[in-house]
Design a protein around this ligand. Structure first.
Ligand code: BGC
Length: 265
C-alpha cells in the first residue's frame, strides 16, 4: 500500500492520534500538513519525527515524505478555510483530509456552560463541516477524486454520561459522513469514519492518572488494554489508499471490543 504522490492534511496533529496518523501516512509516502492550535512544540515534534523517518532531503525532487506545520483553531470557520488554502498553497494540492481535531469537556448535563457546548460543537462538528466543504471545493475546482477520513469515537453510538455535547458532536459526525457519502460519491470522493475507543493520548490524561477509573475501563475492554495511536493510524492509512476505493459512508471501530461488550455476572 502506498500513498506516494499524495498530499494529506491531518487536523490536530501536534499530539495523540493525530500525530500517529501523520507518521503513518508519511511512512506510506504521503506529504503531510501538520496542524496545531496551541502546541507548536508538539507540531515541531511531529515534523521532526516525519523528517527522521523520511531522511533530511527537502527539495521538490525529494523522494521522501515532506511535512509542513500550520496553526489553526478548528473552532473558527475563517481559520479552517485559511488552513485548507495554506495547505494547498504550500504543496500545490490536497488529496486526503483527515478530520482528527477534537475536544471534550466533562460536566453533568445540567451544569454545561454555553461556552463549553460551543467549544465542543465548533471544533468537533462545525470545523469538520467547513474543512470538508473547503476541501471538496478544491477537488471540484481541480476535477480530482479525494478521500475524507473523520476521526469519530465509539461515542457516535455509545452513551457517555457527563459528555453529552461530545456525544452529540460524534453522532452528528456519523450522519454527516452518511450524507456526504451519497452526495460526494458521484464526484469520486469517499468519506468514512474511524471510531476509536479508549486510546492512550493526552485527551485521556485525567483517566490515565486515576488507577480506579482506569481499572474499571480496562475491565470493559475485551482485548484487555488501551489502544495506541498506531492502532488507529494503520486503518486511516488504508482508508486513504486506493485499495479502499470502494469503501464509503461507513464507520470502522478501533476499540478492542469496547463497544459491543456486554456481560452478565
Ligand atoms: C473519549 C475518551 C474515552 C473513550 C472511551 C473517547 O472518544 O475521547 O475520553 O475514554 O472514548 O470511552
Amino acid at each position: 500500500m502506498t500513498l506516494k504522490g499524495k498530499v494529506a492534511l491531518v487536523t490536530g496533529s501536534s499530539q495523540g492520534i493525530g500525530q500517529g496518523i501523520v507518521l503513518r501516512l508519511a511512512e506510506a509516502g504521503a506529504d503531510v500538513v501538520i496542524n496545531y492550535r496551541s502546541h507548536p512544540e508538539g507540531a515541531e515534534e511531529t515534523l521532526a519525527k516525519v523528517q527522521a523517518a523520511g531522511g533530511s532531503c527537502y527539495t521538490a525532487l525529494c523522494p521522501h515524505s515532506m511535512g509542513y506545520t500550520i496553526p489553526a483553531d478548528l473552532g473558527s470557520v475563517a481559520e479552517v478555510q485559511q488552513l485548507i488554502a495554506d495547505s494547498i498553497g504550500h504543496f500545490g494540492k490536497l488529496d486526503i483530509l483527515v478530520n482528527n481535531a477534537g475536544i471534550e469537556k466533562h460536566s453533568p448535563f445540567w451544569e454545561v456552560a454555553e461556552a463549553d457546548y460551543d467549544a465542543v460543537m465548533n471544533v468537533n462538528l462545525k470545523g469538520v463541516f467547513f474543512a470538508t466543504q473547503a476541501f471538496v471545493r478544491h477537488l471540484i475546482e481541480t476535477k480530482r477524486p479525494g478521500k475524507i477520513i473523520n476521526i469519530s469515537s465509539v461515542h457516535e453510538e455509545l452513551p457517555f454520561p457527563n459528555f453529552t455535547a461530545y456525544c452529540a458532536s460524534k453522532g452528528g459526525m456519523k450522519m454527516l459522513t452518511r450524507n456526504l457519502a451519497v452526495e460526494l460519491g458521484p464526484l469520486g470522493i469517499t468519506i468514512n469514519n474511524v471510531a476509536p475507543g479508549a486510546i492512550e493520548t493526552p485527551i485521556n490524561t485525567k483517566l490515565l492518572n486515576d488507577p480506579e477509573k482506569l481499572g474499571a475501563l480496562l475491565k470493559n475492554i475485551p482485548l484487555g488494554r488501551l489502544g495506541q495511536p498506531q492502532d488507529v493510524a494503520s486503518l486511516v492509512a488504508f482508508l486513504a489508499s486506493e485499495e479502499a476505493g470502494y469503501i464509503t459512508g461507513s464507520t470502522f471501530f478501533v476499540d478492542g471490543g469496547l463497544l459491543w461488550n456486554y456481560q452478565e455476572q
